[in-house]
Design a protein around this ligand. Structure first.
Ligand SMILES: Cc1cc2nc3c(=O)[nH]c(=O)nc-3n(C[C@H](O)[C@H](O)[C@H](O)COP(=O)(O)O)c2cc1C
Length: 205
């Protein structure tokens, strides 16, 4: 038994293509692992602590082994709650729409909240080291267009991958959903293909 944290970065609920594919994956996965706990967070509904001057001060204080002011400590308690929830998972499923060639701002806010020294990464002589070992992630990427690997305007897939690897999650499975633009039939055909892929990948996840 384990816990899967599902991070939905689309505000479109059941109409969201990335969430539809993520749901198909989770459904297929749970058929095999009926005792898996699924913790679902829609990032448009979650209240995250503002990453303000106090938060930045707290981060720098940790990096340099200092104590930090009271306002930094207060803000940091809120940030640590989000980090604890993030770290409580064994598996991650991310439903990620492309917004302006990158990711929706709520996911960036979440990443800014959980990517913290001593909690999810450390800095040592050889550079940075992620601390979330032995976890795996599925990232579902939806986009209006199609962005082949290495496309110069794709800041969605490379950024999500980089974030996951940076915090130590190197076992990453990916599914693209697109093109999500144009006639309904084209979009439905594309999403059905991705759903099939999700159901297959869930068997070996
Ligand atoms: C604010 C916004 C910005 C978008 N920017 C892009 C973009 O830069 N490139 C692209 O291919 N599609 C873009 N799209 C289309 C979405 O990626 C597409 O509708 C996708 O299905 C959204 O994911 P979802 O269905 O899970 O919400 C954008 C959509 C919105 C709402």
């Amino acid at each position: 038994m384990g816990r899967t944290l599902v991070l939905e970065a689309s505000p479109r609920g059941e109409e969201s293509y990335s969430i539809r594919v993520a749901n198909a994956f989770i459904h297929a996965y749970c058929k095999q692992h009926s005792d898996e706990e699924i913790l679902r967070i829609n990032l448009f509904e979650k209240e995250l602590p503002t990453f303000d001057a106090a938060a930045a001060e707290g981060k720098v204080a940790i990096l340099y082994g200092k104590e930090g002011s009271d306002r930094a400590k207060n803000r940091w308690h809120q940030i640590e709650d989000v980090i604890a929830e993030f770290k409580s998972a064994d598996r991650y499923v991310l439903a990620v729409p492309m917004w302006n060639f990158s990711i929706p701002y709520v996911l960036k806010h979440y990443i800014d909240t959980v990517t913290q020294p001593t909690h999810t990464f450390v800095r040592n002589e050889s550079g940075y080291e992620g601390l979330l070992h032995s976890r795996k992630a599925l990232a579902v990427y939806a986009s209006g267009g199609i962005y082949a690997e290495g496309h110069p305007m794709d800041f969605q897939k490379p950024y999500v991958r980089h974030f996951l690897r940076f915090v130590g999650i190197t076992d990453i499975t990916e599914i693209e959903v697109g093109p999500m633009m144009g006639p309904h039939e084209i979009r439905e055909e594309a999403v059905q293909k991705s759903i099939q892929k999700a159901e297959t990948l869930a068997l070996g996840f």
